[in-house]
Design a binder for this molecule. Structure first.
Ligand code: MD3
Ligand code: FE
Length: 205
């Protein structure tokens, strides 16, 4: 695994590469994500309790994470179009290779879109079959206030995730509680009209 930068979260297994993607790579990746979104449009999922997410979502790859009144799961088809998710953008596969050093590629890429007051409450990611595989997160667009704390609960801290930043959640941090408090408007000009995209690469099965 490429050596990550230093960042004190007090959480072992939280790896952070600020500015891993330069402006050119960000523009390239955004074009690849836009092409995928043309095939698999963003939609607003509902929690199992029937509340709409403020974040819009879509996926790439063999499997996509979905939520509705029946629960959370990974599935091969877009819930609205009924079509398979488009392939994971090549730039992301190369990044997974470079930063995780893992032989097995990701089989799911969740794409989150934050606009205006969109946020994501504290949660754990545990819908994946193998919870020892890392999650790799790529941020594009406006800066996010990302909150993270230990799996067992207790003190959390906030890390700013800016456009081009990449982090990996491995080891003890894989089950960390985390969320997005808010995004900071007009902190990036990458997305026309503002907002933030987050791409998470995962091994779901
Ligand atoms: C820590 N996404 O999709 S990315 C998610 O910015 C999610 O959209 C946030 O939480 C976002 O589930 C945070 C950073 C991240 C991603 C996955 C994690 C942190 C994580 C998995 C385990 C622990
Ligand atoms: Fe998460």
């Amino acid at each position: 695994m490429e050596t990550p930068g230093q960042l004190e979260t007090g959480l072992e297994g939280f790896r952070f590469w600020p500015g891993a993607l330069g402006p050119l790579d960000q523009t390239c990746l955004l074009a690849q994500v836009r092409a995928a979104v043309a095939q698999a449009p963003f939609y607003r999922p509902e929690t199992p309790g029937g509340r709409p997410f403020s974040v819009l979502m879509t996926n790439c790859g063999p499997l996509g994470w979905v939520s509705d009144r029946t629960g959370y799961r990974y599935q091969p088809l877009h819930p609205l179009t009924g079509r398979p998710w488009p392939p994971i953008p090549p730039l992301l596969l190369a990044l997974w290779d470079r930063l995780t050093g893992l032989e097995s590629p990701p089989d799911a890429c969740l794409v989150n879109l934050y606009r205006g007051p969109a946020r994501m409450g504290l949660h754990q990611d545990r819908d994946e079959a193998d919870l020892t595989a890392p999650v790799l997160s790529v941020s594009l667009g406006d800066t996010a206030m990302f909150r993270i704390g230990p799996a067992a609960g207790g003190a959390t801290r906030v890390v700013r995730l800016a456009s081009g930043d990449v982090c990996a959640l491995t080891g003890p941090a894989r089950l960390a509680r985390h969320g997005i408090d808010r995004t900071l408007p007009a902190t990036s000009r990458l997305l026309t009209g503002g907002g933030r995209l987050n791409l998470t690469l995962r091994r779901a099965r």
